[in-house]
Design a protein around this ligand. Structure first.
Ligand code: CA
Length: 230
């Protein structure tokens, strides 16, 4: 279940370098060479992160970034801008527009890989492969294990994915549609009430370690993982 990265870059040599760096670090890669192609790719399947060139043949990468941030489906999608421009004003503009980080060309594959991992750690820890701690919970993706003070909870695969996602974004409320998109992948035809079933199973799985209250229903909105009172 490796994370997927969409590489949007029109220069073939740089696209190849970025794609190679990502695949050799264990990520799945798709490529686009224009804003239009990137929009098609994102519409077809939501990636987990976008590496986005500043200068593209049809439109500016920053235009795509603006659109991603304006759309509920892609608002939280992590984006790293690639730019040949080292001018501070461009970097600031990119960050102001909601880019999570930027990499200035020329860059080393090692630098790019470490930026990608850092953004995943910060924005989508469920893809970093490292254990996620929230409140009394420790979620270890490598060992596929959920524990509280060393006591292990028996959690099914779907419930594990759901918990990992919620723990990566604690205290944030997600609608059933958002959970389907992010946990099961969008364009997967699962009914929204299936989410309710998995939430119930997750609570049941966490009950023996006394953590079921962390999975909270927010009436009319959806679900969240939180230590706050319900
Ligand atoms: Ca370019």
């Amino acid at each position: 279940m490796s994370a997927s990265i969409l590489v949007v870059e029109d220069e073939p040599a740089i696209q190849e370098l970025v794609a190679f760096t990502c695949t050799s670090n264990g990520f799945k890669v798709r490529r686009a060479e224009s804003v239009g192609a990137a929009q098609d790719a994102i519409r077809a399947e939501l990636p987990d992160l976008v590496i986005l060139d500043w200068m593209l043949p049809d439109r500016g990468g920053i235009d795509l970034l603006r659109e991603l941030r304006a759309d509920e489906r892609t608002r939280a999608l992590p984006v790293i801008m690639l730019t040949a421009k080292s001018a501070e004003s461009d970097r600031v503009a990119g960050l102001d527009m909601g880019a999570d980080d930027y990499v200035v060309k020329p860059f080393s594959p090692r630098e790019l890989a470490s930026r990608v991992r850092a953004v995943f750690r910060r924005r989508a820890p469920q893809h970093s492969g490292e254990p996620i701690a929230y409140g009394p919970l420790t979620i270890d993706p490598q060992r596929h294990e959920v524990s509280v003070n060393g006591a292990v909870a028996k959690v099914g695969l779907s419930e594990f994915k759901l918990l990992k996602f919620l723990a990566g974004h604690p205290d944030r409320v997600f609608s059933r549609t958002q959970l389907l998109d992010n946990v099961w992948g969008d364009h997967v035809f699962i009914e929204e009430r299936t989410v309710d079933v998995h939430v119930l199973r997750l609570r049941k799985a966490l009950a023996p370690v006394g953590a079921q209250h962390l999975v909270q229903t927010v009436r009319g909105l959806g679900y969240r993982l939180s230590e706050r009172p319900e």
